[in-house]
Design a protein around this ligand. Structure first.
Ligand code: NDP
Length: 273
């Protein structure tokens, strides 16, 4: 059997998904073709319908279509429901099944790094779609507290209120009012990260063994991780999360689990300790 997968996004040229999934195929011995397709918002529903009508087995969904994918799916996983967004679609009977693997991928990577959230005080910068997808998986591990700080305060407060204790939301401009230190700071601010580079993090924001995790990844050290250099030796970008969320989609589509982290060195690491 030949599996047919694709990633839909706009832009999508930068996507590493085809390379990652073709490596999973090689590793697991499955026959896979994987396309990268730029799809405009207006064309999204038609493109998804056509893909599955013509025998497609699985879709990865990236910016800006995760919300549209959520609206299209008639069956939703618990993770997709809580996130209000889908990054993974597949056919299910005559319906469309939507899942969100972002938060599960983050948890897998935190486990790999030895930074499991149990009992931790966690500060999250940003309150966008990716963070919304990460909250429920993070909470399943019973952290002591999660504070979400976002440029648009209302978004942070609204997101936190969907979960209640121990999650709270504040404006990004109120970081100085927080009780310090935290055990883990997670960055989910996009903006090419010139945005987060402008944020001042208090030198006591982390405890002595604290860690910084950036959802962003790249061949170079990200601005957030560079900013965190004086704060801690424990820093990681989001490449492991990217690989792990992909592995979970591959497993959903094929029933076979690849090793997400065997590819870490292939894509180059920004910074990780
Ligand atoms: P969204 O567009 O949904 O959210 C963007 C967030 O960044 C919002 O909180 C927004 O604040 C904030 N922001 C944007 N610009 C600025 C700025 N100049 N100053 C302060 N805050 C700013 O994006 P996503 O949540 O989908 O993605 C966030 C990042 O995570 C992206 O870079 C993405 O590539 C990465 N990601 C990584 C994954 C991985 O596997 N490693 C998976 C998914 C995402 P406001 O609400 O005020 O606009």
């Amino acid at each position: 059997m030949k599996y047919r997968f694709a990633v839909f996004g706009d832009p999508v040229a930068h996507s590493k998904s085809p390379a990652i999934h073709l490596r999973f195929a090689e590793e697991t011995g499955l026959d896979v073709c994987y396309e990268k397709v730029r799809v405009s918002e207006d064309d999204f529903a038609r493109a998804v319908t056509d893909f599955f009508a013509t025998g497609g087995h699985g879709l990865n969904i990236t910016v800006p279509h995760k919300w549209s994918a959520f609206k299209m799916a008639s069956q939703l996983s618990a993770e997709a429901l809580v996130a209000g967004a889908c990054n993974t679609l597949m056919p299910f009977d005559q319906d469309l099944y939507g899942h969100n693997t972002d938060g599960l991928g983050l948890l897998d990577d935190l486990d790999r790094l030895g930074w499991s959230p149990e009992g931790l005080r966690i500060l999250i910068l940003g309150a966008g779609g990716a963070i919304a997808g990460c909250l429920s998986p993070l909470l399943s591990r019973r952290p002591r507290e999660i504070v979400i700080a976002n440029r648009s305060k209302d978004k942070a407060v609204n997101l936190a209120s969907r979960f209640g204790h121990p999650v709270s939301g504040i404006g990004l401009d109120r970081l100085d009012d927080l009780d310090l230190p935290f055990d883990l700071v997670i960055n989910g601010i996009s903006a090419g990260l010139s945005g987060s580079a402008e944020i001042e993090l208090n030198e006591h924001i982390l405890n002595t063994n604290g860690a910084c995790y950036d959802l962003i990844y790249g061949a170079q050290e990200t601005p957030f991780l560079r900013m965190c250099r004086p704060l801690t030796a424990h820093r990681s970008d989001g490449l492991g999360m990217l690989l792990s969320q992909a592995a979970r989609a591959f497993e959903l589509w094929t029933g076979v689990s690849p090793d997400p982290f065997s590819q870490l060195s292939d894509f180059g690491r920004a910074s990780e300790n």
